[in-house]
Design a protein around this ligand. Structure first.
Ligand code: PRP
Ligand code: URA
Length: 210
């Protein structure tokens, strides 16, 4: 069976994650760290992009070299917290398009509530990478992926920073066809659906709405 879950434990990612988790890290640094970790995760999540041969004239000679082979990407952050990852991934793939899915977790039921959806009009021709720093119960990401699938993209990957085992189980069971990339898998969820030890509420820490 094809591998579905990739944990990117590169030293740079682990180092930045330590500061991200720290409750004394303020919004400015938190935003910067989310963006940098997203950039590093994107590097791994795009490792299988196909290449094609080309040639280019260097100042010295003709070089046989490679470029990415016509593959089109779309990033789809789950609002709000996923927005924090967009800058970082666009630095890696500036030509990608960006869609948005608006979901929030009802604090009582922990169920996702959809409030916005806007995807690139040519999404059928694109490989989609869904962005959300936190995969907790998995409700938001399972629903976001279901919504995106209705528009028939070529493929979907999911990228998060911290995942709970419960969220990984929910996504891989509901969507066995998608690959999931994360920087860390934490211990468990607490009674409020927060990842333990996690980093708290990612959206609030990114936007300073604590
Ligand atoms: C957070 C987070 C995920 C969701 C994860 O969003 O960014 O979208 O919770 O939880 P789940 O896996 O249990 O669904 P939140 O609902 O706090 O909204 P926000 O991004 O607007 O802060
Ligand atoms: N959403 C967050 O932002 N943090 C968690 O720990 C769980 C869901």
């Amino acid at each position: 069976m094809e591998k579905q879950v990739f944990i990117m434990d590169h030293p740079l990612i682990q180092h930045k994650l330590t500061y991200l988790r720290d409750k004394t890290t303020g919004s400015k640094d938190f935003r910067q760290l989310v963006s940098e970790i997203a950039m590093l995760l994107c590097y791994e999540a795009t490792r299988d992009l196909p290449l094609e041969e080309t040639t280019v004239e260097t100042p010295v000679a003709l070089a046989k070299t490679k470029i990415i082979s016509g593959r089109k990407l779309a990033f789809v952050p789950i609002l709000r917290a996923g927005l924090g990852m967009v800058d970082g991934v666009l630095q890696m793939v500036p030509a990608a398009k960006v869609g948005h899915i608006g979901l929030y977790r009802d604090p009582k039921t922990l169920k996702p509530v959809e409030y916005y959806s806007k995807l690139p009009c040519d999404i059928e021709q694109r490989d989609v990478i869904v962005l959300d720093p936190m995969l907790a119960t998995g409700g938001s990401s399972v629903d976001a992926i279901t919504i995106i699938k209705r528009s028939n993209p070529k493929s979907i990957k999911f990228m998060c920073i911290i995942a709970a085992p419960e969220g990984i189980k929910a996504v891989t069971e509901a969507h066995p066809d998608i690959q999931l990339y994360c920087a860390a898998v934490d211990d468990h969820l607490n009674e409020h659906g927060y990842i333990v030890p996690g980093l708290g509420d990612a959206g609030d820490r990114i936007f300073g709405t604590l």
